[in-house]
Design a protein around this ligand. Structure first.
Ligand SMILES: CC(C)(COP(=O)(O)OP(=O)(O)OC[C@H]1O[C@@H](n2cnc3c(N)ncnc32)[C@H](O)[C@@H]1OP(=O)(O)O)[C@@H](O)C(=O)NCCC(=O)NCCS
Length: 182
């Protein structure tokens, strides 16, 4: 994978920061709230430094977005995750650093072609490579429907708890050390 400041290439896919927001104009992932978010709300979120928007395209086709996503910093409470292997002697941390996938959608005509999975793999690699800050987990509040939860589980995300099973979204996480060779 090639990495520059704002671009992550995993041939043939490129994940890159959105600069020209026209790329969001024709975006349709089948979820109106998400479409509206990327078209309108993401602008204010970025202006307030709350999130950063990225898009995925094929190498050499930067005008053709296939997926949009939004990321922000996060922290998760130690008690919430099964990470008994994290132990730094004398440092009883109460939270661990994470990055949150705040919004994510693949264009409807590209869904079910493994692009969502590939995008998650690029995000995982990105936060394991040449890090500026520590980041142990990727978190997501997944839409609470069977297909979406299954999609994240197939990508090795784990539910934090059963307590949110009746909520609109379910909190899930992925431990980046799971990618380390054993
Ligand atoms: C969920 C989503 C990102 C997956 O991307 P994708 O490129 O279709 O995913 P992949 O091709 O890698 O994997 C396919 C799996 O994704 C899930 N999936 C596919 N289309 C989906 C849809 N419209 N909604 C929810 N999940 C979907 C299914 O579990 C599918 O597996 P299956 O073949 O066993 O049914 C994409 O379908 C999407 O943008 N959905 C609408 C918005 C959304 O739900 N975003 C997630 C918010 S947390």
């Amino acid at each position: 994978m090639q990495i520059t400041r704002n671009t992550f290439v995993s041939d043939p896919w490129v994940l890159t920061k959105i600069v020209d927001r026209k790329i969001c104009d024709s975006f349709d992932c089948g979820d109106n709230d998400l479409n509206e978010y990327f078209l309108v709300d993401a602008i204010a979120h970025e202006a307030e430094l709350l999130t950063q928007c990225y898009y995925v395209h094929v190498v050499g086709e930067p005008r053709l977005s296939v997926a949009l996503l939004d990321l922000c910093n996060d922290a998760i409470r130690v008690k919430k995750v099964e990470t008994k292997d994290i132990s730094i002697p004398g440092k009883p941390y109460s939270t661990y650093p994470a990055v949150k996938l705040t919004r994510f959608g693949v264009k409807t005509k590209y869904q079910n072609q493994n692009i969502g999975t590939k995008t998650l793999n690029i995000v995982k690699e990105m936060f394991l490579t040449d890090n500026r800050t520590g980041c142990r987990f990727i978190t997501v509040d997944a839409l609470n429907n069977a297909r979406t939860i299954k999609f994240y589980q197939r990508n090795d995300f784990v539910l934090f708890t059963d307590k949110d099973r009746e909520h609109d979204t379910r909190a899930m996480y992925f431990d980046l050390t799971w990618l380390r060779p054993s």
